[in-house]
Design a protein around this ligand. Structure first.
Ligand code: UT7
Length: 332
């Protein structure tokens, strides 16, 4: 039987920092409000000529190097992004593949907003278990600053840029395998979080008029309530389905949207503080990149060890949601 193992992680964070103080000079807000309501102190912003693919490449290079797998062995690249280099095509995954010098691969993007990384993890697992692919590079990469309205204090305080990547490989050792992944979606809540302009849903003339305004819009407070409920339910179900206690989880890695959401979910699951991975303070919400960037943080600080169980939990536009039980299984 072919199983899928989570072999390695990498991430990239652009150098420019946008602090709460900076934002308070741009919109009617304060460091105090942002810190209390979100836990965010700063976020990183890509350079003007730095594309989503450039950040994805840098994260991928680290993940490949740490995997111990030669890049010629990678047979699929999947990128989760809502801020692709190009509207429609080519996909950011194909751009990343070419920049990495990968040949003879399958490459495509998916759109599942902040749940994107859990979705691409499930795609990698499915392709590997079906025997169709052996080594899949998955990347969550976002240049959200390109689709953020910096005159809207309800959204611009939240989002940042960055990328994270992982190598998922075939193994015949069940102990190394990704245990389970749940994914879900409900378009009934689509209007909570959306980029309403610029797609085929816009009339042709408005598409031209609004070409420069394809910004994210969010009903923050309603999204907040649905997020807490959905994230908690999702995690309770995946733990129950697999007969695993929350105390067996070494690292709970939630999507980093808001410290209050993460705390509410952590409390509902009776998780100890040391189980909960937090990066929201320094990176803000980086959508599909937030979970792999957080995993990279615990890896680089030496907290993530071989065999330790991670519980991933995400929620985002669509609405979409997902959770995953993933042992960290680097090659020995
Ligand atoms: O990643 C995918 C999913 N996204 C999320 O999960 C985001 C979920 N939502 C949130 O994180 C929070 O709802 C926000 C941080 C966006 C907003 O926090 P909130 O506690 O829900 O505030 P609110 O929208 O209920 O607004 C409360 C007050 C309002 O003023 P009034 O009507 O009470 O006078 C807002 O106008 O805070 C005001 N406000 C702000 N004040 C200062 C809203 N944004 C700001 C701001 N600075 N940036």
């Amino acid at each position: 039987m072919a199983y899928a193992a989570f072999r390695s992680i990498g991430a990239y964070v652009p150098s420019k920092i946008l602090s709460n103080e900076d934002l308070s000079k741009m919109v009617d807000t304060t460091d105090d409000w942002i810190t209390k309501r979100t836990g965010i102190k700063e976020r990183h912003i890509a350079a003007e000529n730095e594309f989503t693919s450039d950040m994805g490449v840098k994260a991928a290079q680290k993940a490949i190097e740490r995997s111990g797998i030669d890049k010629s062995q990678i047979d699929m690249v999947v990128c989760a992004t809502i801020s692709p280099d190009y509207f429609c095509m080519p996909s950011t995954a194909t751009v990343i593949s070419t920049k990495l010098g990968l040949k003879n691969i399958t490459a495509f993007d998916i759109s599942a907003a902040c749940t994107g990384f859990v979705y691409i993890l499930s795609i990698a697992k499915a392709f590997i278990e079906a025997g169709m692919k052996k080594n899949v590079l998955i990347i969550g990469a976002e240049k959200l600053s390109a689709i953020t309205d910096y005159s809207d204090r309800g959204t611009c305080i939240l989002f940042g840029d960055g990328a994270g990547a992982a190598i998922i490989s075939v193994t015949d050792n069940k102990d190394e395998a990704i245990i389970d992944i749940h994914t879900g979606a409900d378009g009934e809540f689509a209007d909570l979080l959306m980029t309403p302009n610029g797609g085929s849903g816009s009339a042709h003339d408005s598409l031209e008029q609004e070409a420069g305004s394809c910004f994210m819009q969010m009903k923050g407070n309603e999204t907040f309530k649905v997020a807490v409920k959905t994230l908690t339910k999702d995690v309770v179900e995946i733990l129950q389905d697999n007969n695993i206690q929350s105390s067996e989880v070494k690292h709970f890695v939630p999507h980093q949207a808001n410290l209050r959401i993460i705390k509410a979910v952590g409390d509902a699951l009776k998780l100890q503080d040391e189980q909960v991975v937090l990066t929201v303070e320094k990176y803000g919400n980086t959508s599909g990149a937030s979970i792999p960037m957080a995993i990279n943080d615990i890896y680089e600080s030496g907290k993530l060890k071989a065999g330790e169980l991670m519980l991933l939990d995400a929620f985002g536009g669509g609405l979409t949601w997902g959770s995953a039980l993933v042992p960290f299984s680097p090659l020995k």
